[in-house]
Design a protein around this ligand. Structure first.
Ligand code: ASP
Ligand code: MG
Length: 245
């Protein structure tokens, strides 16, 4: 029995059929005897829409309220996914950042994770529930909701994998791995089977938006091997770890 932490991005959860596709991936792993924690992003372009609505209301939205607003996107997808997983016959519960014990500093809009209090999460996993965690968010020491910067649910997933000492950490995307260039634009783009943490950090610096840089830094620090794979295709993705692994 393995403890798996996995993360699904917004495109992988964009609509009902995508949500059920992800629910199917979760229930398959649970039925094989694994314990599964799934971190989710907001559906589709929800975060951009929430941002636009804030600027529609206020000339200069208060950072605290902006984070309170933006965090709802991930909470909605977590609740919807938990409902879908339960519909497929596996007990499932969703948690927001606060409930999953993710503590951060108070830097609204770009907060850093300072600790993960994983007791509640461990209890739920121990009871056999498929736990769905709203990514991209935590709580600061004053009890304010914070968000982790764009793409921050990658970092939520890696932080939870470290705190739970997970056996694997899989980041599901709408692409099936990391490429040397954007495969949608450059037909000569080559998929990497494996990348070292440092090479991946270099790609982040060159503008590869596939992973939030901080998630790779955290994975390097805790020596967590990442698997990048597609939620739509069953191909071998890219692993990120020590060089030559
Ligand atoms: N929904 C947030 C964003 O679009 C966080 C994430 O996707 O990881 O940046
Ligand atoms: Mg997103």
């Amino acid at each position: 029995m393995a403890l798996i932490v996995q993360k699904f991005g917004g495109t992988s959860l964009a609509d009902r059929s995508c949500i059920y596709n992800v629910a199917g991936i979760i229930t398959q792993k649970v039925r094989k005897g694994n314990r599964v924690v799934t971190v989710v992003s907001a559906q589709g372009d929800t975060t951009d829409r929430l941002l636009a609505s804030a600027w529609d209301i206020a000339k200069n939205p208060c950072p605290r309220e902006l984070d309170a607003l933006l965090s709802t996107g991930e909470q909605a997808s977590a609740a919807l996914l938990a409902m879908a997983v339960s519909e497929l016959g596996v007990p499932s519960v969703s948690l927001n950042g606060f409930q999953s014990g993710i503590q951060t500093d108070g830097n609204f809009g770009d907060a850093s994770i300072t600790a993960v209090q994983s007791e509640a999460l461990r209890r739920l996993i121990g009871r056999g529930a498929a736990v769905i965690v709203a990514g991209f968010q935590g709580i600061d020491e004053k009890g304010n909701i914070t968000t982790l910067g764009r793409g921050g649910s990658d970092t939520s997933a890696v932080a939870l994998a470290a705190a739970l000492q997970a056996d694997s950490c899989c980041i599901y995307k709408d692409v099936d791995g990391i490429y040397s260039a954007d495969p949608r634009i450059d037909p000569k783009a080559r998929k990497y089977d494996h990348l070292s943490y440092d090479k991946m950090l270099e790609l982040c610096d060159k503008g590869s938006g596939v992973l939030q840089r901080r998630s790779v830094e955290l994975a390097k620090f805790y020596r967590i091997k990442l698997q990048i794979c597609s939620s739509f295709q069953q191909t071998k993705g890219t692993t990120i770890g020590e060089s030559g692994q």
